[in-house]
Design a protein. Structure first.
Length: 192
C-alpha cells in the first residue's frame, strides 16, 4: 500500500543544522519558531478556534534523516549512544517512515503563521498536520517509560563576559530570548 501525504506548512526556527537541537520538545522553552502555512491552509478560516488552545501537536517529516538501509535497532543518545534498542522503543529520526510528532506551546495565531515555543525542529521541517493538545485525553497520569524514567541531568552553563554581552545584544536586536535559548540548549548536553 502506498500513502501520499500533503505538506501543509514549513517550520522556521533558529536551528539550521541538526547539531544542538533539543532532543525532545519543551526541553528548551525559549526555542521559538514559526509554522508558515501553505495554501489553502494559510487563511484565517483554517486556524479559526486555534487561539483557544495553549498547545498543539505538530506532525512532521524528518526531512534530513538519511535514507540509507532501514534498521530495526537504533542507538539513542539518551542511552549514551552505545546501547541498541528496537526502533519503535525510541524516538530516533531513522525510522521506517520518517515521521515525528512534537507538542509545542502555541504563542500566537495568525492567518498563515503560527508562533510556537518549546520546539525541537530544524528550520525547513515540513509540517504534515497540526492538532490541538487535549489535556484530559493526552496527559496520561500513570504513564511510564523505564528507558527514560526522568528528565536527563542538566549541565551547568558558564558564560565568558564577552559572549554573554554579545548574547544580550542579540536578544535586544532580535527580540528573542537568546541567552535563555543558548543556556537551555547547552544544558541538555547536545553532543552527538
Amino acid at each position: 500500500m502506498s500513502i501520499e501525504l500533503q505538506q501543509i506548512g514549513v517550520v522556521r526556527s533558529a536551528f539550521v543544522e541538526k547539531f544542538g537541537i533539543p532532543r525532545q520538545p519543551s526541553l528548551a522553552p525559549a526555542a521559538r519558531g514559526q509554522i508558515l502555512l501553505s495554501p489553502p491552509y494559510d487563511s484565517a478560516e483554517a486556524v479559526a478556534g486555534l487561539e483557544l488552545v495553549s498547545h498543539v501537536w505538530l506532525l512532521f517529516v524528518f526531512h534530513q534523516a538519511s535514507s540509507g538501509p532501514q534498521h530495526t535497532r537504533v542507538r539513542p543518545p539518551r542511552l549514551g549512544g552505545n546501547q541498541r534498542i528496537g526502533v519503535f522503543a525510541s524516538r530516533a529520526t531513522h525510522r521506517p517512515n520518517p515521521l515525528g510528532q512534537s507538542v509545542v506551546r502555541l504563542e500566537q495565531v495568525g492567518p498563515g503563521c503560527l508562533t510556537v515555543s518549546g520546539i525541537d525542529l530544524l528550520d525547513g521541517t515540513p509540517i504534515l498536520d497540526i492538532k490541538p493538545y487535549v489535556p484530559y485525553a493526552d496527559a496520561i497520569a500513570d504513564a511510564s517509560n523505564q528507558l527514560a524514567p526522568s528528565p536527563p541531568a542538566l549541565l551547568m552553563v558558564t558564560w565568558h563576559n564577552e559572549a554573554l554581552a554579545n548574547a544580550h545584544q542579540a536578544t535586544l536586536r532580535l527580540g528573542e530570548p537568546v541567552v535563555e535559548l543558548i543556556e537551555q540548549c547547552l544544558a541538555q548536553d547536545p553532543k552527538p
